[in-house]
Design a binder for this molecule. Structure first.
Ligand code: AMP
Length: 476
C-alpha cells in the first residue's frame, strides 16, 4: 500500500493529510487504517513517533456522521499533554469534514468543556478521570459513541487508570469499534482487550525482540555517580544535538540539572509534574521554536509529548525497566530519521543494562565518555567554522583599522589567536562543569538519588562554577 488514496479515504481527508504534509502512510497507518475502516477492532503495539495518532485518527474521522452533533467518538489518553496533542492532530485530519471536537482534561476550567459539550461535538479526547467526572455529573451523553480509542493504554494502566477505564468502557454502547494502542503488550492490556473488545486484530508493529528501531544508535557510558553532570556537558559539547531530551529519575534531579546547565549557558528547559500547565506549555513552545535545545524531564512529564526531531535521548538516570527504556528512546529516530540514545550507567547498574538489552533485543554498545580533548577539538572545529562564515559574510570591515594598528607591535598570527581565545571564552555553548574537573563532587551526586543511589546523602543547592574553574576551562 503506497498512498493514502489507495486506502480508500474520502477527498476531504486526503486534502487534510496533504496539508499536514503526510505524503504516504507509515507502517502502522497502512495496517490499522483499513482494518478500522472495515469495522474491525484493533490492538496495536506501536511506539510514539510511528504515526499512531493518525492510524486511529483517520478512521475515527471517516466514521463520524457530521450531521449529528452528539459525541460519536471518544479517545482516552493518559495525560493532558497527550490529550491536547491528539486533539490537535484530529482537528487537522477533520478540518475539511467540519469535525467538532473537545479535549477534556483536569486542570482546565470545567465551564469551557461544558460550553463545548452543550454546543455539540462529534468527538471527545479525554483523560479518564475528567471524563468520569462528566459522566457522573450527567454533563456528557455517551449513548451514541460508536468509536472508542485507548491511546498509550499501558501508560494509563501504569498510572492507575484501570478502574476508570473499565467504568467508562462498561458505560459505552456495546455496539462500537474499539482500538487500543500501546507501546508494550503486558498481560493486563491483553486482558482488557479480551474483556472489552470484539475479536480484535492484534498488530505487533514492533516485535517483542526488537522493540527499538535500528535507526537509533544505542550506547551507554559507565559514569560514576558524581561525574554524570560532567558527562552530560561533554555529550552536549561534542555531539552538539539539534534537540536533546534528558531523562532523570526525580523532579529534584530535573531541577538540579536544569539549574546547573542554565548556569553554564546551555539553552535548556525542564519539565516535571509539579509545573503548572502554562509553564509546561511555555517550555514546549521554547523547545519547538528552537529557543531551547535541551529538555530535561521525568518520565511521566515527557510521555506522549510530540516533540519533533529529537536527535539525542540521554538517560541521565537509568530507566526503571526495559519498558521505560523503550518509551524514552522512542522519542528519537522518528519516521526513519537517525538518532542516538545514550544511557549513563553506574558500575552497580551494569546488570540492569544487560537486562534491558535482553528484553528489547537491542545491542547497546559500551563507549567511553567523550574526553576533554574531544570536547576541545569540537570547540576548535566550531570556532573555525564560525570564523570562516564570518570571513565570507564580510561584516567585519570596521575592525580592520584596529587590527592594522595592533600589527605595529604584534605578530598577525598572535593577534588572530588572541581574538579567537576571546570568542572561545564566551561561547554560545557552555563548558563542562568546572567543579567536577577539579575532582570535587557535583551537586548532582548529592541531589539525585536514583533507585540504587546512596540515599543517606543530603541534597544541597546547586553550586555555581568557581571563577577559577572557569578560567582553567576557558584557557583553551
Ligand atoms: P505519532 O506517532 O502519532 O506521535 O506521530 C509522530 C509524528 O509523525 C507527528 O508529528 C505526526 O504529525 C507525524 N506523522 C504521522 N503520520 C505521518 C505521515 N504519514 N507522514 C508524515 N508525518 C507523519
Amino acid at each position: 500500500m503506497s498512498s493514502f488514496r489507495d486506502l480508500g479515504l474520502s477527498e476531504p481527508l486526503l486534502r487534510s493529510l496533504d496539508e499536514m504534509g503526510f505524503e504516504e502512510p507509515t507502517p502502522v497507518q497502512a495496517q490499522a487504517i483499513p482494518l478500522l475502516l472495515q469495522g474491525r477492532d484493533v490492538v496495536a503495539q506501536a511506539l510514539t513517533g510511528t504515526g499512531k495518532t493518525a492510524a486511529f485518527g483517520v478512521p475515527l474521522v471517516e466514521r463520524i456522521d457530521i450531521r449529528r452533533t452528539s459525541p460519536q467518538a471518544v479517545v482516552m489518553a493518559p495525560t493532558r499533554e497527550l490529550a491536547v496533542q491528539v486533539a490537535g492532530q484530529l482537528s487537522g485530519i477533520g478540518r475539511h469534514r467540519g469535525l467538532l471536537l473537545v479535549p477534556i482534561y483536569g486542570g482546565q476550567p470545567i465551564d469551557r468543556q461544558l460550553r463545548a459539550l452543550r454546543r455539540g461535538v462529534h468527538a471527545i479526547v479525554a483523560t479518564p478521570g475528567r471524563l468520569m467526572d462528566h459522566m457522573r455529573r450527567g454533563t456528557v451523553d455517551l449513548s451514541r459513541v460508536a468509536t472508542l480509542v485507548l491511546d498509550e493504554a499501558d501508560l494509563m494502566l501504569d498510572m492507575g487508570f484501570l478502574e476508570d477505564i473499565e467504568y467508562i468502557m462498561s458505560h459505552l454502547p456495546s455496539e462500537r469499534l474499539t482500538a487500543l494502542f500501546s507501546a508494550t503488550m503486558p498481560e493486563p492490556i491483553l486482558a482488557l482487550a479480551r474483556s472489552y473488545m470484539h475479536e480484535p486484530e492484534i498488530l505487533r508493529l514492533s516485535r517483542p525482540r526488537a522493540l527499538t528501531v535500528p535507526e537509533t544508535n544505542q550506547i551507554y557510558y559507565q559514569v560514576p555517580f558524581r561525574r554524570k553532570l560532567d558527562a552530560l556537558c561533554r555529550v552536549l559539547d561534542v555531539k552538539q544535538p539539534e534537540r536533546a531530551l534528558v531523562f532523570c529519575a526525580t523532579k529534584r534531579t530535573v531541577d538540579d540539572v536544569v539549574e546547573s546547565l542554565q548556569g553554564q549557558g546551555y539553552m535548556v528547559e525542564g519539565l516535571h509534574g509539579d509545573m503548572s500547565q502554562p509553564v509546561r506549555e511555555r517550555v514546549l513552545r521554547a523547545l519547538r521554536s528552537g529557543q531551547a535545545e535541551v529538555l530535561v524531564a521525568t518520565d511521566v512529564a515527557a510521555r506522549g509529548l510530540d516533540i519533533p526531531e529529537v536527535t539525542h535521548v540521554v538517560n541521565f538516570d537509568i530507566p526503571p525497566d526495559a519498558e521505560y527504556y523503550v518509551h524514552r528512546i522512542g522519542r528519537t529516530s522518528r519516521l526513519g530519521r537517525k538518532g542516538e540514545a545514550i544511557t549513563f550507567v553506574n558500575p552497580w547498574e551494569m546488570r540492569e543494562i544487560r537486562v534491558i538489552e535482553r528484553i528489547t533485543g537491542a545491542r547497546i554498545q559500551r563507549q567511553e565518555v567523550p574526553s576533554m580533548a574531544e570536547a576541545e577539538d569540537r570547540e576548535a572545529q566550531l570556532l573555525e567554522e564560525r570564523l570562516a562564515e564570518t570571513l565570507s559574510a564580510g561584516r567585519w570591515g570596521r575592525f580592520r583599522a584596529m587590527v592594522e594598528g595592533m600589527l605595529v607591535d604584534h605578530d598577525p598570527v598572535d593577534v588572530a589567536a588572541a581574538a579567537l581565545s576571546m570568542v572561545a571564552a564566551r561561547p554560545a555553548r557552555a563548558k563542562p562543569q568546572p567543579a567536577t574537573l577539579t575532582g570535587q563532587a557535583t551537586p548532582i551526586e548529592q541531589a539525585a538519588p536514583t533507585r540504587k543511589a546512596r540515599p543517606t546523602r543530603k541534597a544541597s543547592p546547586t553550586r555555581k562554577a568557581s571563577p577559577e574553574g572557569k578560567r582553567r576551562r576557558r584557557a583553551v
